[in-house]
Design a protein around this ligand. Structure first.
Ligand code: ZN
Length: 235
């Protein structure tokens, strides 16, 4: 399903530019074009202020150099709320509060370093999205379909991902606390180096899920097939 081709790293932005082609599966809620390969993703355009960060979609500057960051957040949120399918959106370092993102499909979007408080992502579909170093507090991802998406280095506190497809996700180095992933499919997702505390992974598919070098306290894997998960690398 996924063929990837890494292009040379573009040092102008805060993220490496990677050219990736994703063939939509039959399960995709929204297909860009039937039978076509979806050419992802957001283009990294550097901030006009020369800070090296990525400019927001529809703007010349990054969130830090926006004349009014709240106004930019409201503009981007309004854009999302107006769409069923959101593609190639660049919205790093914005703070979203009490926004209902539910039931939308996101392809190739960049939310690097953004923060989300009391936001709804229920029944969302995501492919190739980046939430690296983002922060989530009290957010609801239940019954979502997330694949090939990164939450690396993110903070996840008091969130639910229950009853979801969480396949090929990257939670590497994330700090996860007081959150639930129950009744979810975590196939081939990675929590390498993550700090996990007081969270539940009950009745999950953890086949090929990597929990290598995680710090765990108060974690329940009850009724999950942890024998098929990877907790230590064997050489
Ligand atoms: Zn800037």
């Amino acid at each position: 399903m996924l063929d990837s081709e890494k292009a040379p790293i573009d040092n102008r932005g805060t993220l490496p530019y990677i050219r990736i082609f994703v063939k939509p599966s039959n399960q995709d809620l929204a297909k860009p074009r039937r039978g076509a390969y979806y050419k992802s993703m957001f283009t990294v355009i550097p901030c006009a202020a020369g800070c090296g960060r990525t400019a927001l979609s529809g703007s010349q500057t990054c969130a830090v150099h926006a004349a009014n960051r709240n106004k930019e957040t409201a503009r981007i949120a309004a854009y999302i709320l107006d769409q069923d399918v959101i593609k190639d959106l660049c919205a790093p370092d914005l703070h979203f509060e009490s926004v209902d993102f539910s039931r939308r499909s996101f392809y190739g979007c960049n939310f690097h370093g953004a923060s989300f408080s009391m936001c709804l992502f229920t029944r969302t579909s995501m492919r190739m999205c980046f939430f690296d170093f983002a922060f989530f507090n009290n957010c609801d991802f239940s019954h979502s379909d997330l694949q090939f998406t990164s939450f690396a280095g993110s903070g996840i506190r008091n969130c639910t991902f229950e009853g979801s497809e969480l396949v090929h996700l990257n939670f590497g180095g994330a700090h996860i606390s007081e959150s639930t992933f129950n009744d979810s499919n975590l196939y081939n997702s990675r929590f390498i180096g993550a700090e996990m505390e007081y969270s539940d992974f009950i009745d999950c598919n953890t086949k090929k899920t990597y929990f290598v070098k995680t710090k765990q306290e108060g974690i329940s894997f009850k009724s999950s097939n942890t024998a098929e998960a990877v907790f230590e690398l064997e050489f």
